[in-house]
Design a protein around this ligand. Structure first.
Ligand code: BES
Ligand code: MN
Ligand code: ZN
Length: 513
């Protein structure tokens, strides 16, 4: 585990000695390079002069996210002054405080006690939301997955120091920041949970263990139902079971229910539903994948991990919404009992599927879970997340997840939530001619549509299992894992989607007081 990170809030004391002892003090400067009058007062003339000189000598221009670390002058009980740029007044109006928090956490180095002086020019938000967004960014950046490193020190590749880090953010209204941080902490925990699940090795996190981890959400008041193979077979999820039949590990479906909406007279509020692909390891099955990079397929359960992380976030912040999380958990392995190309399976929907390629397994899992959720819970919408196709990496790289939808409103809301969180989506087309590509000679459909438009034909396949329910499919093969490092993520797993979907729910689907 990464060392603990403690974040507190305090009001900036305008008396001179108002800053506590700290290894580092973070101060912000716009491109005018002016300290505000109150920041100057708190820092005192010596520190203000030191900053001015350092800025000149180092030619620091106050560019957004640029930084300068200098020793603090004598007389202050502070080790280093960390100056962080916040750019032009235009840029200051749209500062991404989460990202800024990540930048700050990255500048702490070996510092274990730090203070952030959240003061800046007029256009810069220095309110409780900004303070708690900074805290969220610091938490996300601080994350490390090092539980399998036996050496914790003395090795460049081993985990860094285990000393806890303590950060105080000085903001005008610390009480408001303390209230605002609760929801952010819930979301941060959700992202960390999703990252942990994706980073876990596949010998540890098989479908049964995954279901067990999801069950822990019951501590937050989430109702959990775990369906085992016997029950799944009785229900008729044969498409899903076919994927898992070549594995020693049993398959599972987990349903998570969070009922946070205010009880209304008469019928309960219609739930919204999130569905995740949870292939704990994808060898490809009999259509086996090449060895190169196959280890990455431990992350083929990132959709399910996101759904669990999201349900955690919603429950931990007591979101006023009724939400269903449903995940299909299987391992795709080749053995004597494994599914073959040429097999025809009957899905829960009654539609038959000819298996062309056993490596196109995610859609088989999701088809059954989508149908089950639609029939059982009559949700207001369904959003599925899946590391579904390599083709989405070819189309969109790792910058956007692919979004496919039968509903413009839902698609637009997700786009907006994507822009707000930085977890961006790009809408891809659907259409009858793509749908034709998956018609089969022998069954109602086949599970691959050929090389052309591979992500789209995969989405067309899912569309055959959602009926008239407003639906979005997010192909997260490019964004969930092995993505480029960012200011708020240094880990292989990104936890992509938790912040996006939490934001969607918060902005559009919660009861208002
Ligand atoms: N899990 C893979 C998709 C994937 C690829 C995820 C790379 C993350 C990174 C999926 O099950 C798969 O194998 N898809 C095939 C589909 C094909 C056989 C139609 C693919 O993309 O090649
Ligand atoms: Mn596959
Ligand atoms: Zn897969």
């Amino acid at each position: 585990m990464a060392a603990a990170l403690k974040i507190g809030f305090a009001s900036p004391n305008l008396e001179k000695s108002g800053l506590e002892k700290a290894g580092a003090l973070i101060v912000f400067l716009g491109d005018d390079l002016e300290l505000t009058a109150s920041a100057r007062k708190i820092l005192g003339t010596a520190a203000a002069a030191t900053i001015k000189r350092a800025v000149e000598v180092e030619k620091f221009k106050g560019k957004e996210r640029a930084s300068l670390v200098i020793p603090a002058p004598q007389g202050l009980e502070i080790g280093r002054l960390v100056i962080v740029g916040i750019g032009s007044s235009k840029e200051q109006e749209q500062t991404d405080y989460v990202r800024l928090g990540g930048v700050i956490a990255g500048l702490l180095g070996s510092t274990t006690v730090a203070s952030v002086l959240l003061m800046g020019p007029a256009k810069w938000r220095v309110d409780a939301d900004a303070a708690s967004d900074i805290a969220l960014g610091m938490r996300l950046r601080h994350y490390r997955f090092d539980k399998y490193k036996s050496k914790k020190r003395d090795d460049g590749n081993a985990a860094k120091s285990e000393s806890p880090v303590s950060v105080t953010i000085h903001v005008e209204d610390p009480a408001a920041a303390k209230r605002a941080i609760r929801a952010r902490d819930a979301v941060a925990e959700g992202v960390v949970l999703a990252r942990d699940l994706v980073n876990e090795p596949p010998n540890v996190l098989d479908p049964v263990e995954f279901a067990k981890r999801a069950k822990e959400l019951s501590q937050l008041g989430v109702e959990i139902t775990i369906l085992d193979e016997k029950q799944l077979s009785k229900i008729g999820m044969r498409a899903l079971l076919g994927v898992g039949q070549g594995s020693e590990k049993e398959s599972r479906v987990v349903i998570m229910r969070w009922n946070g909406a205010k009880a209304k007279k008469g019928a309960k509020a219609q739930p919204i539903a999130f569905i995740g692909k949870g292939v704990s390891f994808d060898t490809g099955g009999i259509s086996i994948k090449p060895a190169q990079g196959m280890e990455d397929m431990k992350g083929d359960m990132a959709g399910a991990a996101c759904v669990v992380g999201l349900m955690h976030a919603l429950a931990a912040r007591k979101a006023k919404v009724n939400a269903i999380g449903a995940i299909g958990l299987v391992e795709n392995m080749p053995d004597g009992n494994a599914q073959r190309p040429g097999d025809i399976v009957t899905s829960l929907s009654g539609q038959t599927i000819e298996i062309i390629n056993t490596d196109a397994e995610g859609r088989l899992v999701l088809g059954d879970v989508l149908w089950y959720v639609k029939e059982t819970y009559k949700p207001g919408f369904m959003i599925d997340l899946a590391t579904l196709t390599g083709a989405i990496l070819i189309a969109l790289g790792q910058e956007h997840a692919g979004l496919f939808s039968n509903d413009d409103t839902l698609a637009e809301r997700l786009s907006a939530a994507g822009k707000a969180t930085g977890e961006t989506v790009w809408r891809m087309p659907l259409g009858v001619s793509y749908d034709k590509q998956i018609d089969s000679k022998f069954a109602d459909m086949k599970n691959t549509g050929g090389r052309n438009g591979g992500s789209i034909t995969a989405a067309q396949f899912l569309k055959r299992f959602v009926g008239d329910v407003p639906w979005v499919h997010l192909d997260i093969a490019g964004t969930a894992m092995s993505s480029p490092e960012t200011e708020i993520n240094k880990s292989w797993a990104s936890g992509w989607g938790v912040r996006l979907l939490d934001r969607l729910v918060a902005d559009y689907y919660e009861d208002r007081d």
